[in-house]
Design a protein around this ligand. Structure first.
Ligand code: NDP
Length: 448
C-alpha cells in the first residue's frame, strides 16, 4: 500500500509517530487514507478544515486497572480500555473484546473502523470500541462474573444510553453482557439501554445474536446478485466458530450454499458432506469446548491442527469470521489458485493488505469488513431504538430491517466506488461512503 497524496502521506507519517508500535491501527488508517485520495482531491475543504487530522485522533481514550479475585482467592489484575473515537453522528457505539491479545493498538484499530462502519449503516451512531486482555477461556462462570463486575465498575463512569453504548465482540457474548448489565444497573440504579446484545428477558432485541452472520450473508448475496450469481450450489469455507461464524453458517446454508469447514484458534474441521450446525452449536455455545470435538459427532469428518490450512480448501466463497490478519498473501494465493469467486469479511480486518491486493488483482469479488459485517452494530442500533420506545419488534421485523440495511450498504459502497472512478472496488467505496457522512457532520459542527 502506498499513499501518493502528500497531505495524506504526512497524516499517515504522524499517525505512526504518535502511536508507536500499534501496527493494526496503522494498517487500518492507511487503508482508509489511501481510499480517500480522490475525495480530498475533489474536496480540498476536508483538508483545509482539519477533518483528516481530527478523524485519526480518538476523542478520548480511557485505560484502567481491572482487579478481580479468582476461585483460589488470588487477586488477578487485567487492563481495561474504552476508546471513544468519534461522536459526530451519534453516541459512541462498538463492542468490547476480551482476549489476551488486546492492547491499546487493537482497540484503536477497531474503534477507527467502527466510525465508518457505523456511518454506513445509515443509523445515528458514532464510533467506539473497548475491551480487556482478560481471557475468559478456562475461567469458571463465577470468575467471569467477578471480572465483568470489576470491569463495569470503572467503565460505568464513562458510558450511558446517550453517551456510549458498548456491545459484544470476541470473548464477550450473552453471558458477559448479562453480568456487565447487572453491575451497571446496580451501580446507577437505572434500567436503561446502556449495552446491546442483552438477553431477551431484559431489553435485548430479537435477531441481535444472529445479526452479524446473517448480515454478512445478506451483503454477500447482494454482491453476488449484482453479477447474476447466488449462494445456490456454492461451496463455502468459514473460519472461526464463534458468534459470527455460527450464524453465517446458518444463513449461507439457508441460502443454498454448502459450508464445509469451520475453525477455532487451535485448528479446523473439514466435513465434505456439509457442516452439522447443531453439533457445532452444542460444542461451542453449550459445552464451550474446542472445535475438534466435532469428530465425536462426525468421525468421518477431518480435523487438522493450525488455523491457516483452512484457506487451502477448495471453495467458491470464503467468509473469514475469526480475527484480524488471519488471511495473508500466501493464504490468499491458495484461495485464488483454487478458483475462489467471492471473499466477504465477517471478522474485522481479517485479510492483510497483501491478501486484499491479491484478491483484487485476480478479480475476486471482495467485500471488506466495515461494510459486510455491519449487520451486528446495525441491529444493536435497532436494539437501542426498541429500548428507547420500550417496545419490541418481532424477529421477522428486525430481520427484514437488517436485510434492507445490508443491501443498502452494498449499493451505497458500490455507487461511491463508481462515482470516484474505482468501479467494483468495495474497499474504496465503503471507506468513501462511510467517511463522507461523518466528515460533513464534523464540518457542520465546527472545530470541536
Ligand atoms: P467469538 O468470540 O464468538 O468467536 C471468535 C472465533 O474466532 C472463535 O472461534 C475463536 O477461536 C476464533 N479466534 C479468536 N481469536 C483468534 C486468533 N487470534 N486466531 C485464530 N482464531 C481466533 O467472536 P465473534 O464471532 O463475535 O467475533 C469474530 C470476529 O467478528 C471478530 O473479528 C469481531 O471483531 C468480528 N465482529 C463481531 C461482531 C459481533 O456482533 N459479534 C460484529 C462485527 C464484527 P477460539 O475459541 O479458539 O479463541
Amino acid at each position: 500500500m502506498s499513499i501518493k497524496n502528500a497531505y495524506l502521506a504526512k497524516v499517515m507519517e504522524d499517525v505512526k509517530k504518535r502511536n508507536p508500535g500499534e501496527a493494526e491501527f496503522h494498517q487500518a488508517v492507511e487503508e482508509v487514507l489511501e481510499s480517500l485520495e480522490p475525495v480530498v482531491e475533489k474536496h480540498p475543504e476536508y483538508i483545509e478544515r482539519g477533518i483528516i487530522d481530527s478523524i485519526v485522533e480518538p476523542e478520548r481514550i480511557i485505560k484502567f486497572r481491572v482487579p478481580w479475585v479468582d476461585d483460589s482467592g488470588k487477586v488477578r489484575v487485567n487492563r481495561g480500555f474504552r476508546v471513544q473515537f468519534n461522536s459526530a453522528i451519534g453516541p459512541y457505539k462498538g463492542g468490547l473484546r476480551f482476549h489476551p491479545s488486546v492492547y491499546e493498538g487493537i482497540i484503536k484499530f477497531l474503534g477507527f473502523e467502527q466510525i465508518f462502519k457505523n456511518s454506513l449503516t445509515g443509523l445515528p451512531i458514532g464510533g467506539g470500541k473497548g475491551g480487556s486482555d482478560f481471557d475468559p477461556k478456562g475461567k469458571s462462570d463465577n470468575e467471569v462474573m467477578r471480572f465483568c463486575q470489576s470491569f463495569m465498575t470503572e467503565l460505568s463512569k464513562h458510558i450511558g444510553a446517550d453517551t456510549d453504548v458498548p456491545a459484544g465482540d470476541i470473548g464477550v457474548g450473552g453471558r458477559e453482557i448479562g453480568f456487565m448489565y447487572g453491575q451497571y444497573k446496580r451501580l446507577r440504579n437505572e434500567f436503561t439501554g446502556v449495552l446491546t446484545g442483552k438477553g431477551l428477558t431484559y431489553g435485548g432485541s430479537l435477531a441481535r445474536t444472529e445479526a452479524t452472520g446473517y448480515g454478512l450473508c445478506y451483503f454477500t448475496e447482494a454482491m453476488l446478485a449484482d453479477k447474476g450469481e447466488s449462494f445456490k450450489g456454492k461451496t463455502v469455507v468459514i473460519s472461526g466458530s464463534g458468534n459470527v461464524a455460527i450464524y453465517a453458517t446458518q444463513k449461507a446454508t439457508e441460502l443454498g450454499g454448502k459450508v464445509v469447514a469451520l475453525s477455532d484458534s487451535n485448528g479446523y474441521i473439514y466435513d465434505k458432506n456439509g457442516i452439522d450446525l447443531a453439533a457445532v452449536k452444542q460444542i461451542k455455545e453449550v459445552e464451550r469446548k474446542r472445535i475438534k470435538e466435532y469428530l465425536n459427532y462426525h468421525p468421518e469428518a477431518e480435523y487438522h491442527e493450525g488455523c491457516s490450512g483452512i484457506w487451502g480448501i477448495k471453495c467458491d466463497i470464503a467468509l473469514p469470521c475469526a480475527t484480524q490478519n488471519e488471511i495473508n498473501g500466501e493464504s490468499a494465493s491458495k484461495l485464488v489458485a483454487n478458483g475462489v469467486y467471492a471473499v466477504a469479511e465477517g471478522a474485522n480486518m481479517p485479510s492483510d493488505p497483501e491478501a486484499i491486493g491479491i484478491f483484487q488483482k485476480a478479480g475476486v469479488l471482495f467485500a471488506p469488513a466495515k461494510a459486510a459485517n455491519a449487520g451486528g452494530v446495525a441491529t444493536s442500533a435497532l436494539e437501542m431504538s426498541q429500548n428507547s420506545m420500550r417496545y419490541s419488534w418481532t424477529f421477522e421485523e428486525v430481520d427484514a430491517k437488517l436485510k434492507d440495511i445490508m443491501v443498502n450498504i452494498y449499493h451505497n459502497a458500490a455507487a461511491a466506488a463508481e462515482e470516484y472512478g474505482m468501479k467494483d472496488n468495495l474497499v474504496a467505496g465503503a471507506n468513501i461512503a462511510g467517511f463522507l457522512k461523518v466528515a460533513n457532520a464534523m464540518m457542520a459542527q465546527g472545530v470541536v
